[in-house]
Structure formats: structure tokens, C-alpha cells
Design a protein around this ligand. Structure first.
Ligand code: ATP
Ligand code: MG
Length: 478
């Protein structure tokens, strides 16, 4: 389908270069590798700019080793220019005009400035820009990402006041949000992602446009949605992003289950719905993708399993139902199999600890160890984060149960470890070697061998026989 665009901004209306009023960009453009690169482009008569997230992060004082550049050189010209200079070249992005390279410890991507012809409703070319940095910046997602640094001088080009928006931590689009989000609906996800990862706020127009145009997200591939969702979840403030997803209704397009959590009240936390409890748990676990996904989905089975039994609200089996809802959702979002397995296992097991108080046999503890496997630390982190009760007595009780189970696991493992340690030779071999029959001497010899093994004095059968020999002589047995 041909997309119809109108460009409300005119080239003449742009504010041109702003004087550089921050020192934060200096380390970037005086970097020797960046200076070298800008020199070889200048020698070839081509322009070179640092762009996008690289400029944004530099203004915030964050210098990455992954740098994005834009140039008016065509991709094949870029290749010619950088080939003799780069340590490595890669051309996977070449059809989007991107040449990748590495130089020293820097990873560099250089993209040809976008030149596009936009048509109006009559399909006649309306605005044909030549390839310039202003047009390129106007097609970027947010004003804070629509700044460039012209090299080699290091002049900041900021036609949409991105710097001010960055200072105020506000996300606005260079063109109208409607136009931007229809053009690429993934930007709605990116907007909400930057709230968590960069402490940004949405402008009221951006938030409103997400609510109105959220349906457009259906045109975006699951993989692209998934990647933004993962970044959002592992950011510093996922709760804010998740609230926005639900508030704007964008979540309905890819995790409709979240909305149901919002309307399910949990009697344990009367003042809160299950959604708010979930957000607390998400933020209490460390920013590891598996843990954050498990925290987000751990109570996803509650709306379906809610039942009032003898006047009490219950959620029987919400762990196993939740695990299967989660499996389906993560598959649809195209998460890798290993992640799906780990997340669903954590959800499936997150309530088991609550049966511990009823007394577990060693067999039950072993089953828990086996079922949790390598996820035991994450499971422990999840169940502790899940304990959000405001009632100090309940909190103490729960923590005591978790501690007891952990201790029991450690003791059991130690005992099993110890049981695994045996002398290198057995009773039969002792009797045969010494030429004696069963009796206390055999036990005494085995004790001696076990002690020596525990002390690390013997390891092999030969060591054991040598020690046995010495002992037998001392005892007068030989
Ligand atoms: P991150 O910190 O995740 O790298 P970023 O803003 O650098 O954030 P990238 O995906 O690396 O994101 O993109 C680099 C730049 O390309 C962005 O800063 C932005 O200018 C532009 N950009 C990326 N995705 C889009 C998009 N969907 N629409 C418009 N511009 C985009
Ligand atoms: Mg980036």
C-alpha cells in the first residue's frame, strides 16, 4: 500500500546550526578515530555527521563504543572511502544504505542520508528533498533522537529542539505524532520503551496519538515488537512503561492479558489490583529478561482462576494456568525457546514454596531442587519479590519459610555431597589386600582411608593401598 505523507515542515523554516552550548559532545568529536574518519570523508568531498542515539547519549554524558553516522556519500562510495581504513567491514545493512565497520574498539555504522519523494493524495510528487541532513532528521522517531553533530567541526544540528526536550526528558515527534506513527507504528513502542530506559515522559500529543493509532501496531512484525518490549522490561523503570501500555491500550495489541490484571482485585492486597502488585514485583527483581518476564506474567492466571469459595476469593492453579497462558503469549511474540522454557518454569513453580510450611519430606525437597534446576536462584528471587504484603507479621512468616527451605536445601545438598565421598577402595578390597576376614579391623581401615580421602591425602587406589600398607605394618599385621 502506498503511504500518503504530507510534510508540514519546510526547509527554510528550520533552525540551522545551534552553537554548541554543552561540553559533553567534545569527547565524541575529538576522539582520534572519529577525527580520522571525518578527515577521510572530507578528503573525498563528502559530509559526515554523528546522528541519533549517539548524539543524544553523548549529550547526556554517555559515550558508547557503538556509533551511528550519516553521510551524503552513496553506500558504494562509503565503501570505497572506508575500505582502506577500517579493520573490518560488514555489509548486512547495505540495502538500507548502512555500511558497518570496526576500527580499534569502536563499532561504526554509516548510513546514507535518506532521500525520499513524498506524494500527496493526488499521488503527484509534492516535496522532493535533496539528500540533506535536515530531511534525514525529520524522518527520525523523536526530537531527542533527531540531532546531528557535523564533523569535523563538532557543530550541533538540532532543528527540532531536541536538546531542550532532552533536558526536560520529553518525547515529541519531529513531524506530527499521527504522521509519525502511521509511517512506522513501532515508534509507539519505542516511545514507551524510552520511558523505562531513559526516564523520558511522553508529550500529551504523543500519548494521545498512541491511544488513537494503537491499532496500527498490528502492521508491525512480532520480532520488532518483542525487541522493544524486552528493552522496556529490562529498563530502569518498567512499571511506568507498563502503566502507559495499559493506559493507552497499546498492550491490547500484543499482550491483551495485561488489561485483565488491571480489573482483577486481589484480597491479599485489597488496596491494589493484581496489575499494581505485578508492577511492584517486576521492579523488585533485577533487570534480567527471564526474571522480568516471569515477574510480569507470574499472576497472569489469576483472572481466569478467580473463584469465590465459602466467601473467600481463591485463585487455585493460577500458577499452572498462568504458565500455559505465558507459553502461548511468548510463542506468539517469537521469544526464543530457551527463554520461554525458563519463564514458564518459574511461573509454574512460584507457588510451591507455600506448601513447605505443611512439612516437606527430603524427597519433596529433592524434587524441588530437581524441578528448579539451574533456575533455583531466579526462583528464589521471584518468590521473595512476590512477597509484597504490607502486613509485617505475614511478611516475617513468609520470609521465614523461604529461609527455612533454603537452609534445608543447603543441608540436604551438603549431606549428599558428603555421602558421595568414599575411600578409593572398598571393604572387600581391604580384606583381600590384608588377607583378613570381616571384623572391626576392616572398619578401622576404612575409617582411616575415608579420613585420608577427606583430608585430600589420598586420591587413587594406589594411594589407598600404600597407606593401607603403612598402617598394616604399624599395626604389626605384616
Ligand atoms: P538504543 O539506546 O536502544 O540504541 P537508539 O535511539 O540509538 O536507542 P537505535 O535503534 O539504535 O535506537 O536507532 C538509532 C537511531 O535511529 C535513533 O536514535 C533514531 O534517530 C533512529 N531510529 C531508530 N528507529 C527508528 C524508527 N523506528 N523510526 C525513526 N527513527 C528511528
Ligand atoms: Mg543505538
Amino acid at each position: 500500500m502506498l503511504k500518503i505523507h504530507t510534510i508540514p515542515i519546510k526547509r527554510g523554516g528550520f533552525k540551522i546550526e545551534q552553537p554548541l552550548d554543552t561540553d559533553n559532545l567534545t569527547p565524541l568529536y575529538i576522539h582520534p578515530i572519529i577525527q580520522e574518519l571525518s578527515r577521510i570523508f572530507a578528503d573525498a568531498g563528502k559530509k559526515l555527521y554523528l546522528v541519533g542515539g549517539t548524539v543524544r547519549d553523548a549529550l547526556l554524558g554517555r559515550f558508547h563504543e557503538d556509533l551511528d553516522f550519516a553521510t551524503d556519500a552513496k553506500p558504494d562510495e562509503t565503501i570505497q572511502i572506508v575500505k582502506p581504513w577500517a579493520d573490518n567491514l560488514w555489509l548486512v545493512g547495505i540495502k538500507f544504505g548502512t555500511v558497518g565497520l570496526s576500527k580499534g574498539h569502536l563499532k561504526i555504522e554509516i548510513t546514507t542520508l535518506r532521500s525520499e519523494v513524498y506524494v500527496d493524495k493526488t499521488r503527484r510528487p509534492r516535496v522532493a528533498f535533496d539528500t540533506d541532513i535536515y530531511f534525514d532528521l525529520s524522518r527520525r522517531d523523536f526530537t531527542v533522537n533527531a540531532m546531528a553533530v557535523e564533523l569535523p567541526q563538532g557543530r550541533l544540528i538540532d532543528p527540532f529542539n531536541g536538546q531542550a526536550d532532552l533536558t526536560n526528558r520529553i518525547l515529541r515527534t519531529p513531524v506530527t505524532p499521527e504522521q509519525s506513527f502511521i509511517d512506522d507504528p513501532l515508534r509507539m513502542m519505542r516511545a514507551i520503551r524510552f520511558v523505562s530506559t531513559m526516564g523520558m515522559h511522553l508529550s500529551p500529543e504523543v500519548e494521545e496519538a498512541i491511544s488513537v493509532y494503537r491499532g496500527e501496531l498490528a502492521r508491525v512484525s512480532s520480532e520488532r515488537i518483542r525487541d522493544e518490549f524486552s528493552k522496556m522490561l529490562t529498563g530502569a523503570e518498567p512499571a511506568k512503561s507498563l502503566r502507559l501500555l495499559v493506559h493507552t491500550g497499546l498492550s491490547d495489541l500484543f499482550v491483551p492479558e495485561l488489561m485483565n490484571l488491571k480489573i482483577t482485585q486481589d484480597p491479599e492486597y485489597h488496596h491494589k489490583d493484581v496489575f499494581e502488585h505485578t508492577l511492584t514485583v517486576v521492579e523488585r527483581v533485577e533487570p534480567d529478561l527471564v526474571l522480568r518476564l516471569a515477574a510480569l506474567f507470574h499472576d497472569i492466571g489469576k483472572p481466569e482462576t478467580k473463584e469465590i469459595i465459602e466467601g473467600k476469593v481463591t485463585f487455585y492453579n493460577h500458577d499452572s494456568i498462568g504458565a500455559s497462558i505465558t507459553r502461548r503469549r511468548l510463542r506468539t511474540l517469537k521469544y526464543p525457546k530457551a527463554i520461554i522454557e525458563d519463564v514458564t518454569k518459574l511461573i509454574y513453580l512460584h507457588m510451591r514454596v507455600y506448601t513447605y510450611r505443611m512439612g516437606w519430606t527430603d524427597k519433596a525437597v529433592r524434587k524441588y531442587i530437581r524441578d528448579a534446576g539451574t533456575l533455583r536462584d531466579k526462583l528464589n528471587a521471584l518468590i521473595r519479590a512476590d512477597c509484597t504484603t504490607k502486613n509485617p507479621r505475614k511478611m516475617r512468616q513468609s520470609l521465614q519459610v523461604f529461609d527455612e527451605l533454603e537452609e534445608r536445601i543447603i543441608r540436604l545438598e551438603e549431606a549428599e555431597e558428603a555421602a558421595k565421598i568414599r575411600p578409593p577402595i572398598n571393604g572387600h578390597e581391604v580384606m583381600e589386600y590384608l588377607g583378613i576376614g570381616p571384623g572391626p579391623l576392616v572398619g578401622e581401615a576404612l575409617h582411616l582411608l575415608l579420613d585420608a580421602k577427606l583430608e585430600g591425602e589420598i586420591e587413587t587406589k594406589e594411594d589407598a593401598y600404600a597407606l593401607l600398607d603403612k598402617w598394616a605394618k604399624e599395626k604389626g599385621l605384616r
